[in-house]
Write a protein that binds this ligand. Structure first.
Ligand SMILES: Nc1ncnc2c1ncn2[C@@H]1O[C@H](COP(=O)(O)OP(=O)(O)OP(=O)(O)O)[C@@H](O)[C@H]1O
Ligand SMILES: [Mg+2]
Length: 324
């Protein structure tokens, strides 16, 4: 049985003035024990998707199952199997970490004794034992996100949904959370997380779906997605704008990023000399040139037409001339 099975789900928000198609068509499957990453920019529809899959928001159209239970018609059994850490948590900052774990365990129906045991286990698991008796409002951002993660685990869920678990954290705290999430996966928990960070998807997710404007535009393992670029990326840098503009007339299918032009070819390194010759024959001065394996960044650019971080729109040459 699949952990998560999503088929063509949609979400349309209707307000008095207009209609927003937050999720237009999203499908994906997650195997048990996988970390699945939904990677996309602000407004892509990540949170809306998570809210629908966790029964917190009604699906407008399509179907989703969690361990075989339909989120629309079997919401109660879905809720028993899942843990959720939402993007905007309204955590009560006046309580201590220990109090929050304890009261959450009681809400899930654990006895006082079991709630105490569960509290201690989870405080330990997310590394908050020492801070357990401090009020949550004194916690750092990283500690709060670890608290969110811990609280989502109180009912020992088989499937965990984490909406942007590391957004706003420094690289060190992010890595601590990654390690915790991997440890959960290794203990058999299935994790569905959203992220806007390419590095996070690359490092953490066994499989990735890139979501943009409410649509899944690519899906696969990080390696599969990178291989789909079909070659290596050659980057030409120009310090002079007229050189850049002249080079654009000579190259085909490039993507521009600032003063760089990037093209994708097979066996990039071996193709560099012929490109350099062609450009220098036309009196174009190249500042630097390099060939590299594609990154998830390149994949994102290819499937969406823009970059996820510090985006620069892509362009195509109007007068394509074939590579020699
Ligand atoms: N309750 C709502 N009513 C109307 N529009 C909404 C509502 N919730 C979300 N939207 C819109 O739906 C789109 C997707 O929003 P969503 O929050 O799912 O994106 P996201 O990928 O989680 O973005 P972020 O990375 O900023 O969290 C956005 O255009 C958003 O403005
Ligand atoms: Mg969101």
């Amino acid at each position: 049985m699949l952990a998560v099975e999503v088929k063509n789900i949609k979400k349309t928000f209707k307000t008095k003035k207009d209609t927003v198609e937050a999720v237009k068509d999203v499908s994906f499957s997650v195997e048990k024990g996988e970390i699945f990453g939904l990677l996309g920019p602000n407004g892509a529809g990540k949170s809306t998707t998570i809210l629908m899959l966790t029964t917190l928001l009604r699906i407008t159209d399509g179907e989703a199952k969690i361990l075989g239970s339909d989120v629309a018609t079997e919401d109660k059994s879905v809720r028993e199997k899942i843990g959720v850490a939402l993007q905007d948590t309204g955590i009560d900052n006046i309580l201590t970490g220990r109090e929050l774990f304890f009261s959450t365990a009681r809400l899930w129906g654990y006895s006082v004794k079991d709630s105490e045991t569960r509290t201690n286990e989870l405080l330990e698991l997310v590394g908050l034992t020492e801070a357990a008796d401090r009020r949550v409002k004194t916690y750092s951002g990283g500690m709060k996100r670890r608290l969110d993660l811990g609280l989502s685990l109180v009912n020992s869920p088989e499937i965990l949904f984490l909406d942007e678990p590391t957004t706003g954290l420094d690289p060190g705290s992010r890595r601590v959370l990654w390690d915790e999430i991997k440890r959960l996966r290794d203990r058999g928990v299935t994790v569905i997380l959203t992220t806007q960070y390419l590095e996070e998807a690359d490092e953490l997710a066994d499989r990735i779906a890139i979501i943009d404007e409410g649509l899944v535009v690519a899906e696969g393992t990080s390696d599969q997605l990178k291989a789909s670029i079909g070659g290596d990326v050659i980057t030409f840098s120009f310090s002079n704008n007229s050189d850049l503009e002249n080079a654009k007339k000579l190259l085909t299918d490039y993507k521009q990023e600032g003063n760089d032009l990037r093209i994708t070819v097979q066996n990039g390194a071996s193709k560099i000399p012929s490109f350099v010759n062609k450009l220098t024959e036309n009196n174009i001065e190249i500042d630097a040139v390099s060939a590299s394996k594609p990154t998830l960044d390149d994949v994102f650019l290819k499937v969406t037409g823009y970059r996820l971080e510090g985006s620069e729109t892509s362009t195509k040459s109007e007068q394509p001339i074939k590579e020699s």
